[in-house]
Design a protein around this ligand. Structure first.
Ligand SMILES: Nc1ncnc2c1ncn2[C@@H]1O[C@H](COP(=O)(O)OP(=O)(O)OP(=O)(O)O)[C@@H](O)[C@H]1O
Ligand SMILES: [Mg+2]
Length: 316
């Protein structure tokens, strides 16, 4: 998490409240066990996702520079957690060339986003039915051209998402490790970016690098932090405070700790069984943490899908 040499304190100008449709290419969619942590206070209050009123769909990207820190497990299990709260969820495997979502959920896709990019299939033809009614857009694995799509194809892919988000409440986007333009373009397109780190220095150095690259663009709101593989909440808080200090000083970002997923052997066991841990081990601390995060992100839980028109207009 070392700022680059010569980096100075440069508070950012606040990002504009809204974004152009280009930033959210799917926005034209029709229709619409507590942590084993004695003594540590729970995360305070809700962490409600920023959900612009004019959009029926809430999109959440899971990002984080380092590989193997639990992003895909977070994305897949959070999708199920939100579905269990009554949301209609679409999960996009944004690790476009090294797909993992299908493996974690024990699915065997016949067609993937690669078929969409190459024009062989339409977006709606590749959607898979996953656990708890979650719909999944699977990616390909081992197809090099998907690792670095040109901008035209990337934009086409994002725009064609509108074909499958129309009846969904939430879009969750898992992203690949690294800070390549492709990953960050996917992340930036979301209403809410959850940057993931573990308590280990290489992971939080990469999380900081991700925040740095993300914050070079106008964002609707600052990304928020999820600490995975934490020994306890105290450890997660210390990591969060450490990144938070640097992010505030060098990027002008106020970083909020939004979720803590404990280090839990149930996660690896579920991965080996190719089942989401919220289903395979619903009583595990990791599953409890996912349910807590889903609730906090969706607070208030009863958000209307569309803003009601003011009474005066209705009467008119
Ligand atoms: N909370 C956790 N507790 C213990 N182990 C975990 C936890 N989360 C993830 N793991 C372990 O880390 C492995 C990698 O997880 P995952 O695939 O979700 O990471 P990733 O960040 O998506 O990786 P990549 O960057 O390669 O896509 C899992 O197979 C599991 O063994
Ligand atoms: Mg992954």
């Amino acid at each position: 998490m070392r700022p680059s040499p010569g980096e100075t304190h440069r508070p950012r100008v606040p990002a504009p409240a809204g974004r152009s449709p280009r930033e959210r290419p799917w926005s034209g969619a029709p229709g619409g066990a507590p942590l084993a942590d004695a003594g540590a206070a729970p995360l305070a209050g809700p962490c409600a996702a920023h959900h612009p009123d004019e959009l029926p769909l809430l999109s959440i990207a899971i990002a984080g520079g380092k590989g193997g820190i639990g992003k895909t497990n977070l994305a897949a299990n959070l999708a199920i957690g939100m579905s269990d709260l009554g949301r209609r969820v679409l999960l996009l495997d944004g690790d476009l060339s090294l797909a993992n979502v299908d493996l974690l959920l024990g699915l065997a896709p016949r067609h993937t986003l690669h078929d969409v990019v190459t024009g062989r299939r339409r977006m709606e033809e590749i959607v898979l039915a996953g656990p708890a009614g979650v719909r999944i857009l699977p990616a390909a694995s081992g197809i090099e051209e998907m690792a670095d799509l040109d901008e035209v194809r990337r934009e086409r892919l994002l725009r064609s998402l509108a074909r499958v988000t129309g009846d969904r409440d939430v879009l969750i986007i898992d992203t690949a490790p690294g800070i390549q333009a492709q990953n960050l373009r996917l992340a930036r397109a979301a209403d809410e970016i959850l940057v993931v780190t573990t308590p280990e220095p290489p992971a939080f150095a990469d999380a900081y690098a991700t925040l740095k690259v993300l914050s070079a663009h106008a964002l609707a709101r600052p990304p928020r932090l999820v600490v995975t593989m934490a020994r306890d909440r105290g450890e997660a808080r210390r990591v969060s405070e450490r990144i938070g200090r640097v992010a505030r000083r060098f990027l002008g970002l106020d970083l909020e700790l939004c979720g803590v997923i404990p280090r839990d052997a149930a996660v690896a066991r579920a991965v080996r069984r190719q089942q989401p841990f919220v289903r395979a081990y619903p009583d595990s601390p990791a599953a409890e943490a996912i349910r807590d995060l889903a609730r906090r992100l969706l607070d208030p839980p009863e958000r209307p899908r569309r803003r009601a028109r003011p009474a005066a207009l209705q009467a008119a």
